[in-house]
Design a protein around this ligand. Structure first.
Ligand code: BG6
Length: 482
């Protein structure tokens, strides 16, 4: 099955921070991939912008090296690169000064979509917005794309929203959470709202609990200075896990349209209960022969920042009251797995007797890797000797179901094309980000006030022991991270 490609309108896309890690690792490869798939019209142009003085040729060489480094076997061939590079330019711009701005303005065309991607640290978001407006580059067809972290708490997020609002309408601001661009995350909406049989069961009456897991094997690597100030709560829960929770828990929007979807997500965030300290476990990884400890990696022997967090979250609304959502995410864990597991309640009465080996029906949506879905159902074990029950998995891998030639696009491919198309459905609205911080801030303040220290865990494990207790106390257990 070959994916359908609908070309977008002509555009000028300026990538600020074009020599940085995210641009080289994700944004430029995503653009080349969309080009190779035939989604970019011949008039599309990409302008790299960064502080470094370099020629266009040097920038193209850097981009080409990035393809080799980050795309490996799927890197574009020489012909595709050459054709893609015809659309690419470079301008040196000083985000905090005056250099380069007139030249940048001179490269832009009238009458086409203009997108400015802020792939820079948050301290530069305001100065970039101000320069774009002062140098007359903001047209009605202009959009800005703002990377995370969108603030570090409610106050900073609010200030950032106000700064951006001084120069752009909300409909021009695209706050990226790349989890929303993942195919399987979008698929969560398809599963819920394009099928009749899940939605009637999707509530506290039939769902015992939900587990959302985003486990990583990587450590913090070279991002220590950022991460040690942030930790898993700010880096992952406030945004990525929060988005998964919202899509999982929200009411059906009346249509798949930006504000209809975002209104429903916002209602979920408003309905989240405050989290008590006993319902949070923070962890920090130790080192072993192969890998340095967290403290060594961030070069802070006193660090109390969490590289792992598990929380129990309640939602106070009619649909979910009484069904806990257990969230966990961490680095240097046993394996890389992101999934949402919906554990259903037991049937009200067993006709097979009280001691039939009962296993709850569970729907697991695997976000990555091996994207797919598994539904655990009870069946009769074949053979004579009475009614013996057994749980089996109805297992579906998207790669198998859709055919091997289906390329599951990287989240950035989808999201950047949505910016050009002017579709904000998969981007966070300003009030949504603020509400997420308003819920997060007291949790962080709680452990700061109590002097909570993260529990240690071994690299390659599934997190600290205390996280097991968090869920065991409720008579439940985490799904294994394998
Ligand atoms: C980023 C976080 O937003 O998401 C990283 O800052 C994390 O710490 C990454 O590793 C995970 O993304 P993915 O797509 O690899 O699951």
């Amino acid at each position: 099955m070959v994916a359908r490609v609908i070309p977008v309108d002509p555009f000028d896309l300026v990538v600020f921070g074009a020599t940085g890690d995210l641009a080289r690792r994700k944004i430029l490869p995503a653009l080349c991939r969309r080009f190779a798939e035939g989604q970019m019209p011949p008039e599309a142009r990409i302008i790299g912008a960064a502080r470094s003085e370099m020629s266009r040729d040097e920038f193209l060489q850097m981009t080409s090296d990035a393809f080799d480094e980050f795309l490996g076997a799927s890197a574009p061939d020489a012909t595709t690169r050459a054709a893609f590079f015809e659309r690419v330019d470079y301008v040196a711009v000083d985000a905090l000064g005056e250099d380069g701005w007139k030249e940048l303005a001179g490269t832009l065309r009238d009458g086409v979509v203009r997108a400015f991607y802020f792939s820079v640290g948050p301290a530069l978001f305001g100065p970039l917005a101000e320069h774009l407006s002062r140098f007359g580059m903001v047209t009605p067809e202009t959009r800005i794309v703002v990377e995370k972290p969108f603030g570090t708490d409610l106050a900073t997020a609010r200030a950032l929203n106000q700064t951006l609002a001084a120069h752009f309408n909300e409909t021009q601001i695209y706050r990226i959470d790349h989890y929303l661009g993942k195919e399987t995350v979008q698929n969560l909406m398809a599963v819920r709202f394009a099928n009749i049989f899940f939605e009637p069961l999707w509530n506290a009456r039939f769902v015992d609990h939900v587990q959302i897991t985003v486990a990583e094997t990587v450590g913090v690597g070279g991002r220590g200075p950022y991460y040690d100030k942030s930790g898993a709560m700010r880096d992952m829960v406030q945004n990525h896990l929060m988005q998964l929770l919202c899509l999982m828990a929200m009411e059906p929007p009346h249509k798949f349209d930006p504000d209809a979807v975002r209104d429903e997500k916002l209602k979920v965030i408003h309905a989240l209960d405050p989290v008590e300290p006993k319902d949070v476990v923070r962890g920090q990884y130790l080192g072993n022969a192969q890998n340095p400890s967290y403290k060594t990696e961030v070069e802070n022997a006193e660090s109390t920042t969490e590289s792992y967090i598990a929380l129990k979250v309640g939602i106070s609304n009619w649909r979910w009251k009484g069904t806990p959502f257990y969230l966990r995410t961490g680095k240097r864990l046993r394996s890389r797995v992101s999934e949402i597991a919906v554990a259903f309640r037991d049937p009200p009465h067993s006709i097979f007797g009280e001691d039939a080996p009962w296993k709850a029906n569970t729907l697991v949506i695997r976000l990555q890797p091996d994207e797919g879905m598994t539904l655990k159902v009870m069946i009769k074990e074949p053979g004579p000797g009475g009614m013996r029950l057994k749980d089996v998995a109805l297992d579906m891998s998207f790669a198998e179901a859709l055919g091997d030639d289906v390329h599951i696009p990287d989240a950035y491919e989808r999201l950047i094309m949505d910016v050009i198309r002017g579709n904000q459905t998969l981007f966070m609205r300003g009030d949504e980000v603020e509400a997420a911080w308003a819920w997060t801030d007291p949790i962080i303040a709680g452990w700061k006030a109590s002097g909570d220290r993260p529990k240690e865990y071994d690299p390659g494990s599934s997190g600290p022991e205390e996280a097991l207790k968090l869920i065991h106390l409720d008579g439940r257990s985490w799904r294994e991270i394998r």
